[in-house]
Design a protein around this ligand. Structure first.
Ligand code: KIV
Length: 268
């Protein structure tokens, strides 16, 4: 049975820590699904890790729908969550509803994620049968307002506000909450204050689940990575090594050899 939002809620009730990873394409989705990752997030970070933008802000709803479709085709068991991109829900409740409906109907996802304290929208979505994952702390779509991707909730007042917002989001019927770039202690207080699972990214060890950007976790991305972005493979090095080997064999004339060429028997 594919993972549902009820299963994700039950993780917290049972005290089961769980992983979420981003996926943007079918092959990655297949591999992560095979690894048993229960939740795949088609994050708007694809603007950075697929499209090469400096922030997530330029990502359009059409692009999100396109990538959600690919990931959904690759996920047999995992719950696929689609990010509502910047501009697709901030203008009006109606537009937010329409955008989420598109991610479900056209993108095929089982839930949507939205950044920030948009309580009324979250309530309308859940009341309409659209599962919502919240996202508080650092909300990268507010890059310009926040003055960059900075750690949030660093004062007692900010932590209290975070706890209040998390409670209000949980009360809208949201099934889970991403907490990004907040001190471990702030995440612990939120996690203990809400009945839905918190999923941390740069939020320390006290969250119910953890999420990483797969391109960073797999060591595919170049350049400096944030402190929390642990790498579990070095795929970029592997890709460079493989591409150089191929180019070297082509230059030497050793590829293609007989084993990789067709003969008259036309064996495939
Ligand atoms: O867009 C994204 O990939 C995200 C994760 C970093 C949580 O929101």
């Amino acid at each position: 049975m594919p993972v549902s939002v009820l299963d994700v809620r039950a993780f917290k009730e049972r005290g089961t820590r769980f992983a979420m990873l981003t996926a943007y394409d079918v092959l990655t989705a297949q591999a992560l699904d095979e690894a048993g990752i229960p939740v795949l997030l088609v994050g708007d970070t694809l603007g950075i890790f697929v499209m090469g933008h400096p922030t997530t802000i330029p990502v359009s709803l059409d692009v999100m729908v396109h990538h959600c479709q690919a990931v959904v085709r690759g996920a047999r068991e995992a719950l696929v969550v689609g990010d509502l991109p910047f501009g697709s829900y901030q203008v009006s409740l109606e537009e937010g509803m329409r955008s989420a409906v598109r991610l479900l109907k056209e993108g095929g996802v089982g839930a949507v994620k939205l950044e920030g304290p948009w309580f009324e929208l979250a309530e309308r979505l859940t009341a309409s049968g659209i599962p919502v994952m919240g996202h508080l702390g650092l909300t990268p779509q507010s890059y310009h307002q926040l003055g960059g991707n900075k750690v949030q909730a660093r004062t007692e007042a900010a932590v209290e506000r975070l706890v209040v917002e998390a409670r209000r989001l949980a009360a809208t019927g949201a099934f889970a909450l991403v907490l990004e770039a907040v001190p471990s202690e702030a995440a612990r207080r939120v996690t203990e204050s809400v009945g839905i699972p918190t999923i941390g990214i740069g939020a320390g060890p006290h969250c119910d689940g953890q999420v990483l950007v797969s391109s960073e976790m797999l060591g595919l991305s170049a350049g400096p990575r944030p402190r929390f972005a642990k790498t579990y493979a070095n795929l970029r090095e592997e890709v460079v090594r493989a591409a150089r080997s191929f180019a070297g064999e082509v230059a030497e004339g050793t590829y293609p050899d007989a084993a990789h060429s067709y003969d008259w028997s036309l064996r495939p």
